[in-house]
Design a protein around this ligand. Structure first.
Ligand SMILES: Cc1ncc(COP(=O)(O)O)c(C=O)c1O
Length: 389
């Protein structure tokens, strides 16, 4: 093994410049730090970027999912069809609202939910389909929309990975009834913590604006602003999950760089694809011809029959070689909580469960130098060569 780096190559690193720093300082000096004019500007910019009618800034993608599910009426006993290869956020929110997640298996090429298997899961209790655009690759929205239309279901998209993504020329965020984005520290653009709900449904947007602030109809900025005193009214049972202006200060400038960051990640993915194309021990995910992937993460699936070590040992070997890695994701059906409370779903998604033990995620972020990318490739090749079955 040739470890040439003294320091670990980080799995992820966000990119802020002076623009973000100055905007945060300006916010701190402005006298208004919570939900206010900068959030409104970021929402306007984001709405224009997506090409949708409404964007509602919230504390996180998880909050956006809560508001989308609650705002679209998901409640006790309702079933929501979704994917097991994801972060727990959306499924947790379904359960918090009294609903039941129903998992469909994934397709091996993209690890997105298999749209061809959705319809067999529809029952009279089904209210929604919740696709997750895994790794930034759009799900098969034509088929999902057709099923939703046929059965009168709403579509709530988890686009935490997919800000830049497009499906057949249509921007993700302007297709389903509601779409939820994340600006968490490791996402394509970041506000530290942060999220956005986009929709073309005015009623839902109004509802989400109320729900993000306890269910009251006027936010604090408008209550105490220069427009004169206005009392607020609580119209629904809401949450406290609004975006605030310090987050938005970062978001305004991150959004201006979103395409620049995307270009660099795309180029890095092309280098990884080229390097691993003919390596039979590993397999990259596919990108369909009719989509624009957001290239959020680079997932590599190991071929267990061709290697003498497990995925976890492969990660340990890479870490010894100073490469930081992650796993996105183990099937939720394998997590202790779901095994205990949704044991009936264990074993129903064999492709997801098998990939759970085979996948790992390589570093991918715009500030990676070409030499960093080559280092990751060299170390992966070295690990494969030393551990062939
Ligand atoms: C697919 C997916 N959905 C939702 C979330 C939750 O995002 P947030 O941390 O902004 O709530 C994440 C976060 O990692 C995610 O990966």
């Amino acid at each position: 093994m040739t470890v040439t780096r003294p320091e670990m190559l980080k799995f992820h690193q966000y990119s802020f410049g002076d623009e973000e720093i100055n905007e945060v300082v300006d916010t701190l000096r402005s006298g208004w730090i919570t939900l206010g004019p900068k959030t409104q500007k970021f929402e306007d910019d984001f709405r224009r970027y997506i090409g949708c009618s409404h964007a509602v800034g919230v504390y996180s993608c998880t909050s956006a999912l809560t508001l989308a599910l609650a705002g679209l009426g998901i409640g006790p006993g309702d079933e929501v069809i979704t994917t097991p290869i994801t972060f727990p956020a959306a499924v947790n929110e379904i359960i918090h609202l009294g609903g039941k997640p129903v998992f469909v298996d994934v397709v091996p090429g993209t690890l997105n939910m298999d749209a061809g298997k959705i319809e067999e899961k529809v029952t009279e209790k089904t209210k929604a389909i919740l696709p997750v655009h895994f790794a930034g690759h759009p799900c098969d929205m034509d088929e999902i929309q057709a099923i939703a239309q046929k059965h009168g279901l709403v579509i709530i998209e988890d686009a935490a990975h997919a800000i830049e993504a497009e499906y057949k020329g249509r921007k993700i965020g302007a297709i389903g009834d509601a779409t939820c984005f994340s600006f968490y520290a490791t996402k394509n653009i970041t506000t530290g913590e942060g999220g956005m709900l986009t929709t073309n449904n005015e009623k839902l947007a109004d509802e989400a604006r109320a729900l993000r602030l306890h269910g009251i109809t006027r936010d604090a900025w408008k209550r105490y602003g220069t427009e004169g005193f206005k009392y607020w009214e609580q119209v629904s049972l809401g949450y406290k999950c609004n975006m605030f202006d310090i987050q938005a200060a970062l978001g305004i400038h991150q959004l201006r760089k979103v395409d620049l960051f995307w270009e660099r990640r795309k180029a890095i993915c092309a280098k990884y694809d080229a390097a691993f194309k003919n390596v039979h021990e590993v397999r990259s995910l596919e990108v369909s011809k009719d989509v624009k992937s957001a290239y959020h993460i680079y997932v590599l699936a190991l071929e267990p029959d061709r290697l003498s070590i497990s995925r976890n040992d492969f990660i340990n070997e890479m870490m010894k070689r100073k490469v930081g890695l992650a796993i996105h994701f183990r099937s939720l059906t394998l997590q202790s909580y779901y095994r205990e409370h949704f044991s009936e779903s264990v074993g129903t998604v064999p492709i997801a469960e098998s990939f759970s033990e085979r996948i790992l995620t390589l570093p991918l972020y715009p500030t990676m130098e070409d030499s960093d990318v080559q280092y990751v490739i060299d170390m992966a090749m070295d690990t494969v060569e030393k551990n062939r079955a």
